[in-house]
Write a protein that binds this ligand. Structure first.
Ligand SMILES: Nc1ncnc2c1ncn2[C@@H]1O[C@H](COP(=O)(O)OP(=O)(O)OP(=O)(O)O)[C@@H](O)[C@H]1O
Length: 305
């Protein structure tokens, strides 16, 4: 049985077109994520990734369709769904502790100061900001600000953590460290996460499943790629795993060519039963070149049940 903790059902988003009528960013999009899973969405600019995330956050509404989280249709924003944006959106006049405590107070309004402070401190420590509690955002580096954003999101113990390219504005070293932190925290806490990224290696490192979207307008969810790498994978030795290159090549091939040609080449694509791609062993990839079995096996999701 598929556990659909997040269930996006037949959503569409349309805007008025420049020449009259409407332009659909996407139509009839179905997507589900089980509890505790880390899902990444990859697709080219403009395919509607942020729109999907904003709808899931309750910051935007679909033109059609519904989003169900933990068995209930969502209505607007909720402290159950925390968002981490690319820009940090911190309150500049508050300290690190003040920013996190503000979020804690908004969820647990009856908590006294000491309880709020202790709870906020726990998450400040978790993201490695111990000692920086009394600094204001202007005194922090970009990576530290993003850590505050992560601590703030986690501190309200959301059911889902939504992340829109959270590390894209950071230098490579800081990005890597924060990817490690987020992965560690999600594994430790069983957090369900939904993240948008343009970075294929980031998706391979963090995600359990990677959702591939075709180009917009009229984008579709083309494939769901299962990550075959072990849970205890390390960021710096991802490339040593025997499935790494087959997985990476499959995603890059999609972005380079199939994201454009998918609609024309797959007229019978069923958005309720999106192919689930399982990457096989590299020996099979070699066999595929000589006419043997493919390194990529597909099954189909059962979203219609
Ligand atoms: N208010 C709006 N009015 C008209 N069109 C809009 C509006 N907001 C978004 N769009 C269009 O919707 C499409 C999808 O935008 P969205 O930001 O979701 O894409 P994206 O895949 O997240 O892109 P990126 O990777 O560049 O962030 C774009 O073509 C955008 O121009």
């Amino acid at each position: 049985m598929t556990d659909k903790f997040i269930s996006i059902e037949a959503i569409a988003k349309r805007y008025p077109g420049a020449a009259g009528g409407e332009v659909a960013v996407f139509e009839n999009l179905w997507l589900s994520v089980p509890r505790g899973e880390f899902a990444c969405v990859i697709g080219h600019s403009g395919c509607g990734k942020t729109t999907v995330l904003n709808i899931l956050a309750g910051l935007d509404t679909p033109s059609e369709g519904v989003v169900i989280v933990d068995g209930e249709a969502i209505q607007g924003t909720s402290l159950d769904r925390a968002v981490i944006f690319q820009s940090h959106a911190l309150l500049p006049w508050r300290t690190v502790l003040g920013n996190v405590a503000y979020a804690v107070t908004s969820k647990w309004r009856d908590w006294d100061r000491a309880k709020v402070k202790a709870h906020a401190q726990k998450f400040i420590d978790l993201v490695g900001l111990t000692g920086a509690e009394h600094k204001r955002p202007s005194e922090l580096s970009g990576g530290m600000k993003q850590r505050v954003g992560i601590a703030r999101a986690l501190s309200i113990t959301p059911k889902i953590m939504l992340m829109d390219e959270p590390f894209s504005a950071l230098d490579a070293l800081t990005r890597g460290t924060l990817q490690d932190e987020v992965r560690r925290i999600c594994l430790e806490t069983g957090q369900t996460a939904f993240m948008i990224t343009h970075d294929v290696d980031e998706a391979i490192y963090l995600a359990d499943r990677i959702f591939l979207m075709t180009n917009g307008p009229g984008a579709v969810l083309a494939e769901i790629v299962e990550n075959p790498l072990p849970k205890d994978r390390g960021r710096i030795d991802l490339h040593r795993h025997p499935y790494y290159y087959a997985l990476r090549n499959h995603i890059v091939d999609f972005l380079v060519s199939r994201s454009k040609s998918f609609a024309a080449e797959t007229p019978d694509h069923d958005p309720r039963h999106v192919p689930v791609v399982k990457i096989g062993k590299p020996e099979l990839a070699i066999a595929a070149v000589s006419g043997g079995p493919s390194d990529v096996q597909k099954s189909w999701t059962g979203t219609s049940g």
